[in-house]
Design a protein around this ligand. Sequence first.
Ligand SMILES: *Cc1c(COP(=O)(O)O)cnc(C)c1O
Length: 392
Amino acid sequence: MRNVYMDYSATTPVKEEVVKEMIPYFTEKFGNPSSLYAPGLEAKDGLTKARQQVAELINAEEREIFFTSCGTEADNWVIEGVADARKNKGNHIITTKIEHHAILHTCQYLEKHGVEVTYLDVDSEGFVSPADLEAAIKDTTILVSIMMVNNEVGTIQPIKELAAIAKSHDVLFHTDTVQAIGNIPIDVKELGVDFISMSAHKIYGPKGIGALYKRAGINIPSFVHGGAQEKKKRAGTENTAGIVGFGKAAELAKRDLYEHAAHSDKLRRMLWEKIEAEIPNITLNGPKDFTKRHPGNLNISFDFVEGESILLLLDANGISVSTGSACSSESLDTSHVLNALNVPPEKANGAVRFTVGDFTTEEDIDYVVEKLKEIVAKLRELSPVNGMEGWK
Ligand SMILES: *Cc1c(COP(=O)(O)O)cnc(C)c1O
């Protein structure tokens, strides 16, 4: 049996070059970067280099990068941090209905503490309307947080335009770029954003390490209190090996960006064309224009069947895909993202996300289409609603 991993938006394997760079920081370079003797300084050099590598990926300054334990922490930090730092100006935050739970659940938490949150609608392909953002801004608005690339349907937002609207009202702008870095070019200066969140494990780096870009001159309180690490903004002895791995992954992501995106896009289009040709009664969720979605993303609803059943049967054939986002794989609620795109619940229940990446091959595509075709046909044969009048 073949093993085919098609869930690159959930996580990626760590590249060998990245692992190689990390290993010495577990062994001979194990020193605490806060220590003043040689092994400490050696570890500190590793952090400095990684900070440069991550900064270069997004055209930021080294001093604007703060390492965190993951993308989720960066999201929590910026939302809570701005709510606190700007509380004298106002208590209103604007975000969207399709954000990652790291943003949505943080906003919901703050709502219990007196913060007012507007969740912008999106259109049927997942795009936020700049006019809606403009209309939602009030005197009390302190922060706009809109993700750059959606993790379920891949929609790429017009961040530059949205950030300019926030800026014209003197409102800070954050974007979660966890799904964007390494897949589309990002230049924080050109985008005009104040904060971005990043994570290493979605770009062939290790799990458990992320970063917040905070534009120089903007101050928010620290999120983890304790020692003086990360310029006193994020205490706790650094995950040195993880940071070094993130740095290397960022360097490779910058170097290989176009090649990587072209490879993903080619295989993703191939997968879609073959599925479309072989399997009837399907719908592509998210942007129809592939240039406006994550290069490796497909999200497809299969009529009359449950996405979960497809996932389990694909798994039995060595194929890994997801329904909704990995974070909600244990909840039976339909995807909040597909809901926001107005995908009817029965179609949302039949949705499967395929995400390809650097190690996906054409043979993988053929194998997945072959198995998927068999599985969907079998499930439809057994489905009580198959072909039912009025099924929509
Ligand atoms: C994966 C993901 C996160 C969370 O990153 P972790 O490092 O896993 O905490 C946040 N936002 C988006 C869009 C993601 O895809």
